[in-house]
Design a protein around this ligand. Structure first.
Ligand SMILES: [Zn+2]
Length: 403
């Protein structure tokens, strides 16, 4: 078993490609804004909120998702969106995370007073402020802080989700709920492309968020088609609740460049289609196809432990098969607050439970940089990745880690 010191894990340049803005607030900030805005919380102390809402373990994905109602309630104004985005960047930088892709559902923050553009500009502004502060003190030769924003459509929503959805549902009262969900998703896809093409807001990708149960991703085919035709990157939460076929669907129908979670990729008993006779072969072929195409899995170990009822211990996680299949993967937090974790914690959890030699660990970390939806043109990305690799190797040398 290869071991790594916490200092080494802290020092290597890292990424977080699967990071929900509304799941990663600082608790003191949540309490602070709630008090100032007279927003109701079940407790106004960190301990109280940890006991009642942001727990170490959750009974179900639905309980896990409950905290998001609270965090979103304090993110309904420009200044608060900017603040939480800026703090998130600093929290990452403080543990050596150099590149983040922050995702969230803008429509949960929109209202008559706050347009899509307002919401996006506020988040972008917070991240840019942090970038300027961080990179001003950057030692030469180190990869600086960089970021992208991924917008999430909601798999499921109703008129209670936000002021935007309340109006949107009211304006489409002759359409079914599913039709409205699809329309809202398509509207977001168009808005994201338009904003990217008309501003310097660093929107780089499209994703689907929310509970997977009962709401398959292919309802959003039209929106994914739209962003795909406009050269925007795509990630899909898949294989978190449904099995391997949902991952196949994400890649083939939704053109996913990356898969969020992919937890059940190898669970042949979750293959449901009657047309697939040999389910084990199907899973092997699928894994091989994903490896071949270098579609990257955004692995979120702690989050999976908290929300997947089938997963009793981390040793049972499909990371084992992912490593054996040489899949392209990257370690992510999902939600720093809700999952009570950091990128360093996720890497530590992985190397403590699975035998990951130095060369493999380096590959995984570097994949985070290589498979990011980098905002700037390709030559700049190459240079950034090169700087990250050089710096990683310098850290290995310093800590005597031999590949
Ligand atoms: Zn997620």
């Amino acid at each position: 078993m290869h071991t790594y010191s916490p200092e080494f894990i802290r020092a290597i340049p890292k990424t977080d490609l699967h990071l929900h803005l509304d799941g990663s607030l600082r608790l003191p900030t949540l309490i602070d804004i709630a008090k100032a805005e007279q927003i109701k919380l079940p407790s106004y102390t960190e301990d109280g909120l940890r006991q009642l809402v942001f727990k170490d373990a959750y009974a179900s994905l639905d309980e896990y998702l409950k905290g998001f109602g609270l965090t979103c309630s304090v993110m309904q104004q420009r200044e608060f969106l900017e603040r939480v985005a800026c703090e998130l960047a600093h929290d990452n930088w403080n543990e050596g995370v150099r590149y983040i892709e922050v995702r969230f559902a803008p429509q949960l923050h929109m209202s008559d007073q706050l347009s899509f553009e307002d919401v996006m500009i506020a988040v972008d502004k917070g991240l840019k402020r942090a970038r300027t502060e961080i990179n001003a003190a950057l030692p030469p030769g180190e990869p600086g802080f960089e970021f992208g924003i991924i917008v999430c459509a909601m798999r499921f929503c109703n008129e209670h989700f936000s002021r935007f959805y309340k109006s949107f549902f009211a304006l489409h009262k002759y359409s079914s709920q599913l039709e409205v969900i699809r329309l809202a998703s398509l509207e977001l896809a168009k808005a994201a492309v338009a904003l990217r093409d008309s501003s310097d807001v660093q929107v780089v990708g499209f994703d689907l968020a929310g509970s997977e149960y009962g709401y398959p991703a292919d309802d959003h085919e039209e929106s994914y088609d739209y962003v795909h035709k406009h050269f925007m990157h795509k990630s899909v939460h898949a294989g978190e609740a449904y099995g391997p076929e949902s991952i196949f669907q994400a890649i083939t129908k939704l053109h996913a460049d990356r898969i969020g979670h992919g937890l059940y990729l190898f669970d042949s008993e979750m293959v449901l289609s009657r047309d697939i006779a040999d389910k084990q072969k199907y899973v092997r072929d699928l894994a091989n196809y994903i490896s071949d195409a270098r579609i990257t899995i955004e692995v979120c170990l702690t989050s999976n432990l908290q929300t997947a009822p089938k997963l009793k211990t981390i040793a049972d996680h499909s990371l084992r098969q992912m490593l054996a299949s040489k899949l392209s993967l990257t370690f992510c937090t999902d939600n720093r607050l809700v999952s009570h974790t950091t990128v360093s914690d996720e890497i530590a959890l992985a190397v403590q439970n699975f035998d990951i030699p130095p060369a493999v660990l380096k590959d995984i970390i570097v994949y985070g940089f290589k498979r990011s939806f980098f905002y700037h043109p390709y030559p700049q990305r190459r240079e950034y990745v090169r700087t990250a690799i050089n710096y990683y190797e310098a850290v290995e040398k310093k800590f005597g880690v031999v590949e």
